[in-house]
Ligand binder design. Structure first.
Ligand SMILES: N[C@@H](CCC(=O)N[C@@H](CS)C(=O)NCC(=O)O)C(=O)O
Length: 222
């Protein structure tokens, strides 16, 4: 029995979507973020010591880390669906994007979230200093890095319909989170038409919509 330990507004939305694309049966156990800290509740640590989302259980196995979860389900239950054939150029691109999403795209998006919120989280007396630090980090480091990534992704999606090639794969599901996050909090808009159309195409997929109903529609936080 597959159980998705689902934290609201989180990366586990991707796992629900993957399972819907694969047509698998699963149950959802819900966890709510602390409204002040936005952290997951300690009860999630009973499933995996880090207590992060997503984490899934399949029988007595707990599997964490969204890229590893994607690989696990596609390998175990995919029957050739959602992954290009091994040894092909598409498969290399697939593996690359599965890793890139968390390894390269998410760090600047997370920094953007942290530094944007920094001034609001400190005592009023030191808020002007926090604003200066935040503006400096955003302007000198984070925004240029985000632009670099967005330009790169826009160019990559100019080469094929989906990230790994002509066919939709689990790499597109994995890439959806940074792209949704970029649209929600980092100014990604229709001025990058390939990325924008990617968002429109994934949101139109019936499995994406079923996953939204199961997980609760919400912009990703981090
Ligand atoms: N690289 C990990 C990131 C896991 C992660 O940070 N998840 C966030 C939710 S999107 C989380 O659990 N946040 C709450 C917390 O840190 O307590 C993955 O892709 O699974």
């Amino acid at each position: 029995m597959i159980t998705v330990h689902h934290l609201n507004q989180s990366r586990s939305q991707r796992v629900l979507w993957l399972l819907e694309e694969l047509g698998l049966d699963y149950s959802v156990t819900r966890y709510e973020r602390d409204p002040r800290t936005m952290l997951a509740p300690p009860s999630l640590r009973a499933v995996h010591p880090l207590g992060k989302s997503p984490v899934v259980t399949d029988g007595d196995q707990a599997i964490a880390e969204s890229g590893a979860i994607m690989e696990y389900f596609v390998e175990r239950y995919g029957n050739g669906k959602l992954a290009p054939a091994p040894g092909t150029a598409e498969r290399r691109r697939y593996t690359y994007w599965l890793h890139y999403a968390e390894g390269s795209a998410m760090p600047p998006l997370l920094l953007k979230l942290i530094f944007s919120r920094l001034p609001g989280g400190v005592p009023a007396l030191i808020r002007p200093v926090a604003r200066m630090i935040s503006a400096g980090a955003l302007g000198r480091l984070i925004e240029p890095q985000l632009k670099l990534h967005f330009d790169y992704l826009e160019a990559e999606l100019g080469k094929a319909t989906w990230f790994a090639g002509p066919d939709f794969t689990a790499a597109d599901i994995q890439m959806s989170f940074p792209i949704e996050a970029a649209a929600a909090r980092a100014g990604l808009d229709a001025s990058r038409p390939k990325l924008w159309q990617f968002l429109e195409r994934i949101r139109a997929r019936p499995a994406y919509q079923r996953a939204q109903e199961k997980g609760g529609v919400a912009a990703p936080l981090r």
